[in-house]
Design a protein around this ligand. Structure first.
Ligand SMILES: [Zn+2]
Ligand SMILES: [Zn+2]
Length: 372
């Protein structure tokens, strides 16, 4: 990504994860003069055990991670446009990923997959890092998000999907921690910031895109390997052409979406990016079923995510989960409610289809930012 004039069109960077490496790469990114906007996303809250392992002070314990980091960044660089999002990357509208670089500092595979797909759809490169505190190993992976190059999922062993596990509940006190020392995170964060700088200053050919840097701090060794594009990758390597329509999901209905004409064709089915539509919920722990209102899987209100009877998590009930809706799947009531009531937000992308015809449409612009 070439940003020829740092002042006129400064870069936008999304940093996913505010833990050890995320909290340390942020100041390095915001003090880079070519960066004008940083989107910080993490759904967690700082906990007592994070003291000494993440770049925070005692007063931050109990506070939302993205907000804490945004305040710190504004103090470092008041001119910066900082947008804190207290959310998982899985639930973010695709429009938020229209940035120059995505920095992945997340701690689980499902989040990395979500970042990998967002990068691929929009053509945004990703610098993905991880550390292992016990072994002193760190890695920095670069992904060009080019259909012909390796993506985050290309190198995943099929068995790895089986152990990818379920979603970690956000802010769960027992979420596994890498417990890595701050200095291990700092070394990875420095590499990540350096790679970001190369991409933003037109030196992508020197960057790690398509490669992995793997280093062993205990034995002072480092290795660089190249990723192979996997022809059997689970992610189809397709960059999407997405039309942004000037609308507000609060003022548009599903019926309006079905009536939307794109290049003279109206869709017979509608899919939401990476999300199923749930028509009814079922408890994973007891026989409870409820919430018979159409809702997007990732946009279930927090208070509706657990069973009112036994508190176990709820999921879409069998036979009530649709990855694409046809008008016949939807009640007249659901057709008439605003898209916002189903969970749609500005920046969400829907795929309109009719047979082989397919169009990707983004519902409205997001606040601030560039072409989002
Ligand atoms: Zn792939
Ligand atoms: Zn239950």
């Amino acid at each position: 990504m070439t940003r020829p004039e740092a002042s006129a069109s400064r870069a936008s960077v999304l940093v996913a994860g505010c833990g050890n490496t995320g909290s340390q790469v942020l100041p390095l990114v915001v003090l880079n003069p070519s960066v004008g906007q940083v989107i910080v996303t993490d759904c967690g809250f700082y906990e007592p055990q994070d003291l000494g392992r993440q770049m925070i002070v005692e007063a931050n314990v109990g506070q939302p991670m993205s907000v804490v980091q945004a305040q710190r960044l504004k103090a470092l660089n008041p001119d910066l446009d900082v947008i804190p999002l207290q959310r998982t990357v899985e639930e973010l509208p695709l429009g938020w990923f229209r940035v120059d670089v995505i920095l992945s500092n997340v701690d689980n595979l499902l989040a990395r997959q979500a970042l990998g797909e967002a990068g691929m759809r929009l053509g945004v490169p990703i610098i993905d890092v991880a550390i292992d505190g016990k072994s002193g190993l760190g890695r920095v992976n670069g992904y060009a998000s080019d259909p012909d190059e390796a993506c985050i999922e290309c190198s995943l062993d099929p068995d790895r999907y089986a152990t990818a596990g379920k979603r970690l509940p956000c802010q769960a006190a027992d979420a596994p921690s890498t417990a890595a020392p701050l200095h291990a995170g700092a070394s990875v964060a420095a590499w990540q910031a350096s790679e970001t700088d190369k991409l933003l200053s037109g030196r992508a050919e020197l960057s790690l895109l398509g490669r992995q840097l793997y280093f062993d701090t205990q034995h002072h060794q480092h290795f660089v390997t190249r990723f192979e594009r996997n022809p059997d990758c689970r992610l189809d390597h397709v960059r999407w052409s997405i039309e942004i329509i000037d609308t507000d999901p609060a003022a548009m209905t599903l019926a309006d979406l079905f009536a939307l004409e794109v290049a003279g064709t109206s869709p017979t089915s509608i899919a939401a990016y990476r999300q199923a539509f749930l028509r009814r919920l079922a408890c994973t722990g007891c026989a409870w079923q409820g919430h018979p209102t159409l809702i997007l899987q990732e946009r279930l209100p927090v208070e509706a995510r657990h069973c009112p009877d036994c508190q176990e998590p709820v999921i879409g009930a069998a036979g009530a989960v649709d990855y694409a809706l046809t008008a016949a799947d939807v009640s007249a009531d659901d057709l008439a409610v605003p898209l916002a009531a189903i969970g749609f937000e500005p920046g969400d992308v829907v795929t309109l289809a009719d047979g082989d015809w397919r169009r990707h449409v983004q519902l409205g612009h997001l606040q601030s930012g560039k072409s989002r």
